[in-house]
Design a protein around this ligand. Sequence first.
Ligand SMILES: O=P(O)(O)OC[C@H]1O[C@](O)(CO)[C@@H](O)[C@@H]1O
Length: 271
Amino acid sequence: MILLSTSGLPITLSENTYKLSFQNHLTCDSEGDKTCNKMVSLLREPDSASETDICYRFYRDICFEEDRSVFQAKDLRYDITVIMPGTIKNECKKTSGHYHGYINNSTYTYPEVYEVLEGRALYILQKVMNFSQEEEPVISDLKAVYVEKGQMIIIPPFYGHCSINAGDGPLVFSNLAVVSCPLYYKPIETKHGLSLYACREGNGEITLIPNPCYNHVPEPSIVHPGQNEKLGIQFGHSVYHAFTSFPDTFDYLNHPEDHIDQIESLLASSK
Ligand SMILES: O=P(O)(O)OC[C@H]1O[C@](O)(CO)[C@@H](O)[C@@H]1O
């Protein structure tokens, strides 16, 4: 058993099954999984997906009973996702990917916080302002963000995103997300995934391959995320505890308008 100490919570990961267990009255409201065959419409080589191989498991609405009212008051939820090690054919296992919908009475869509608890993540982020229209998506920015254990990122408004296991073992990450945020999957399914596929070469290196279903894929910037204490983004500090101790810090998840520059600048540091 591996204790997910980065989370600051009593959660262990089985080294055999990669399932999570919750201790000390920490509760998880629901859990589920997605097998590789359910990913067919999102893969570079769809014919290679198995019905029994799990691609990822998700655990939703994790909290201590005494913290539930804080999450409810802010309409936020803390979830954990475990992406299995390995590839489907040679594509790294990943989540489906989606866009977030518009915030009521706002010209922005919802952001979200991700925190890597174990392993190494690669997040593909593509900015598409016309995601909700049935027309060719126009990608105005493309980022490949490598996030290590203990680090976190904010998905800025308008960025379609998927999470990829870029490490050798399982990838475990948490998200702090707005419960009532609408999710758009269709525009990504129609294009057979986001605009970049992460594939393993024979030497183990990851190569980013453009998805030919998009008309124009901009050159991606390779990004290593930055920190901002005012946004509750401090590497090595648990997001769960940051939120439950200072819930107002994360008000930008429902009202990002005044924080866009700060949010975007966290993803500006390329190497
Ligand atoms: O919804 P997708 O794209 O399959 O991604 C899965 C993960 O994304 C989240 O919805 C967070 O955005 C997690 O709760 C979930 O496990």
